[in-house]
Design a protein around this ligand. Structure first.
Ligand code: HEM
Length: 491
C-alpha cells in the first residue's frame, strides 16, 4: 500500500495527466539521448568509406586515377571530400585505410615490424629478391639493415659527394655549352643512376651501365605486376632482367674475391666481412638482392626530387635568389675547380631548408603502406587484422593545422623544428630510408651547382603529371635551357 498523506494523494490524482506526460517525455528524452550516445560512440570508431564489391571494391577508380594526369593521389583526395579525413576503401580485394594524422603515423611507426609490417607482394619479392630489405621477413630485416648501413653514414659518403660533384659539374657545363633545351627529369635519372652505381659497384663504362639500367627498369616496372610467367608481360620481362642482373653481380663478386679486381666501394666493404661470423656478414644472395634494391630505391626518388626543386625554384624567384646568394658565398671561398666537400654541404643552411621544403611539397613517396598484424585501434578507430594502413604523408605535409599556408613554397618555415611526425619524406622508425643522407647530399650538390653556376628558363610549364607513375613527376619532365651566370645576374 502506498502510504501518502491525504493532501499529496489529492495532488497526485488531480495532476496525474500532467505528471504522466512529464514522465513519458523524460523517458523519451532519456532514450533518444542514450541512443544518440551509443550511435556516436560506435560510429566514431567505425571508419567511413565505400568498400564496394568484395573483390573489386574501388579498384577501377584507383586505376583510372593512376592512369590520369592528375595522378593516383586524386583518388585519395576525392574520397576525403566524400567521407572526411579518415576513410577506408577496397583496392585489389584488400581493405585500405588512409591514415591522416601525426598520432596515427606515430602509432604505426613506433610499432613497425611488431604490430605492423609491409604487406607481402609476390611480384615484388620475385623480382627484387627474397633477401631484399623490401621483402625480407621481419626477423632478418634488422640484421641485414644493420650490415648494409655503414656505407650510407654521413662520414662514409664524403667520397660520394666529391665524385658526384665532379660528374655533375662536367655534365651541366657541357649542356650549357650545347645551348639546347634538355629534360631535367631524364638528366637527373641518368646522373642519379650513374652516381649510385659508381658508389655501390664502381661501374663507369657506358655499355655496362646502359645494360644494368635497362634491366633495373624492367625490374622496377614488374614490382607491382600480375605474377604470371607469360612472355611479353611486365612480370616476365622483370624476372628475365633479374636473372641477368644477378649473373652480372655474381661475376663481380667472384672477380673481387679472386683478387682480379679491387675497388673502394660499397660492394668491397661487404666482401671485407667474408671472414666474420655469420651474424656479422651478409650472404652473397643478400648482397646481390640488396644491390638491386638500392639502385631501384635510390634512382627515381632522387631524380624526381631534383626535378621538383627546379620547378619550385623557377616559380619562386626570391627563394632562388636567396639560395644562389648562399651558394655563391660558399663557392667563392673555394679554389678554382675544387669539388664540394662534406664541410661545404654542412654550411648550406638555407640550401637544406630548400631541400626539405621541396620534399615536403613534392611527396616523392605519397604514402607509406603497412598491414595490421592484429586487430587494434588507431586514433580511436577500429582496425581489423589484415587491413592495409597507408600513412598519408601527403595529407600530413599539407595539413593546415601543422603548416601555415601549406601550398606556398617557403623554405624558411624550417627555421622552426617541425612537430613530431609532421615532416617525414623519408619515413620513420626501423624502416626509415636507408639512403636518407645520400639523397640529401645529392640534392644539395645539385642545387649548389645549378644556382651558383647558372640561370635557367623552363621551356614547358605544363603542370600535368606523368600517367601511371607511382612516384609523382611532371609529364614534361621539366625541360629547361641553361645560361651561365653572368656578373650582372649577381645581386
Ligand atoms: C629524395 C630521395 C628519396 C626519398 C624521398 C626516399 C624515401 C624513402 C621512404 C619514405 C622510405 C620508407 C618507406 C616506408 O616506410 O614504407 C624509403 C626506404 C628506403 N630507401 Fe629511400 N628515399 C630516397 C632516396 C634513397 C636513396 C638514394 C637510397 C639508396 C641508394 C634509398 C634506399 C632506400 C631503401 C633501401 C629503403 C628501404 C629501407 C627498409 O625497408 O629498411 N632511398 N625511402
Amino acid at each position: 500500500m502506498i502510504n501518502l498523506p491525504r493532501n499529496k494523494l489529492v495532488f497526485l490524482v488531480q495532476n496525474h495527466i500532467e505528471i504522466m506526460m512529464v514522465a513519458v517525455f523524460s523517458l523519451g528524452v532519456m532514450l533518444i539521448v542514450q541512443k544518440a550516445l551509443r550511435r556516436f560512440t560506435s560510429e566514431k570508431s567505425v571508419i567511413p568509406g565505400h568498400l564496394g564489391l568484395p573483390l573489386l571494391g574501388e579498384t577501377f577508380s584507383f586505376l583510372s586515377a593512376t592512369d590520369s594526369t592528375k595522378g593516383c593521389y586524386d583518388f585519395v583526395r576525392l574520397r576525403r571530400l566524400w567521407h572526411g579525413k579518415w576513410f577506408k576503401t577496397r583496392i585489389f580485394g584488400k581493405v585500405h585505410v588512409f591514415v591522416p594524422t601525426t598520432d596515427g603515423a606515430k602509432t604505426i611507426f613506433a610499432n613497425d615490424l611488431v604490430l605492423f609490417n609491409k604487406g607481402y607482394v609476390k611480384s615484388m619479392a620475385d623480382v627484387v629478391g627474397k633477401k631484399s630489405l623490401l621483402s625480407v621477413p621481419q626477423e632478418s630485416h634488422k640484421r641485414i639493415r644493420r650490415l648494409l648501413s655503414d656505407p650510407f653514414s654521413m662520414n662514409s659518403l664524403s667520397k660520394f659527394v666529391m665524385e658526384f660533384d665532379n660528374m655533375l659539374y662536367q655534365r651541366l657545363n657541357k649542356l650549357e655549352e650545347g645551348g639546347k633545351s634538355f629534360v631535367v627529369f631524364d638528366f637527373c635519372m641518368k646522373i642519379a643512376f650513374d652516381a649510385i652505381c659508381n658508389m655501390l659497384i664502381s661501374v663507369t663504362e657506358a655499355p655496362l651501365l646502359q645494360e644494368i639500367e635497362r634491366d633495373c627498369t624492367y625490374v622496377s616496372n614488374a614490382m607491382l605486376s600480375f605474377p604470371l610467367m607469360i612472355p611479353g608481360t611486365r612480370y616476365y620481362k622483370g624476372i628475365k632482367a633479374r636473372k641477368r642482373l644477378m649473373e652480372t653481380f655474381g661475376e663481380m663478386i667472384s672477380s673481387r674475391r679472386s683478387g682480379k679486381e679491387y675497388s673502394d666501394d660499397f660492394l668491397q666493404s661487404m666482401l671485407q666481412r667474408d671472414s666474420y661470423p655469420p651474424s656479422e656478414k651478409l650472404e652473397d644472395s643478400e648482397i646481390m638482392d640488396n644491390l638491386l634494391t638500392l639502385i631501384i630505391a635510390g634512382q627515381t626518388t632522387t631524380a624526381a626530387a631534383m626535378m621538383w626543386s627546379v620547378k619550385f625554384l623557377d616559380e619562386n624567384k626570391e627563394v632562388q635568389d636567396r639560395l644562389r646568394e648562399e651558394q655563391l658565398s660558399i663557392i667563392r671561398n673555394k679554389a678554382e675547380g675544387a669539388s664540394l666537400t662534406l664541410e661545404d654541404l654542412n654550411s648550406m643552411c638555407y640550401g637544406l631548408k630548400v631541400v626539405k621544403e621541396t620534399l615536403r611539397m613534392s611527396n616523392v613517396l605519397l604514402w607509406f603502406p603497412r598491414v595490421a598484424l592484429n586487430d587494434c585501434r588507431i586514433d580511436g578507430f577500429e582496425i581489423k587484422k589484415g587491413w592495409h594502413l597507408n600513412i598519408d604523408a601527403t595529407y600530413i605535409h599539407f595539413d593546415h593545422s601543422l603548416y601555415k599556408d601549406p601550398t606556398r613554397f617557403n623554405p624558411s618555415r624550417f627555421d622552426e623544428v617541425p612537430k613530431p611526425y609532421s615532416f617525414m619524406p623519408f619515413g620513420s622508425g626501423p624502416r626509415t630510408c636507408l639512403g636518407i643522407n645520400m639523397a640529401k647530399m645529392t640534392m644539395l650538390v645539385f642545387l649548389s651547382r645549378l644556382t651558383s653556376g647558372f640561370k635557367w628558363r623552363v621551356d614547358d610549364r605544363d603542370p600535368c603529371l606523368e600517367k601511371k607513375a607511382h612516384i609523382p613527376r611532371l609529364r614534361s619532365g621539366c625541360p629547361i635551357t641553361l645560361r651561365t651566370l653572368k656578373k650582372r645576374d649577381i645581386i
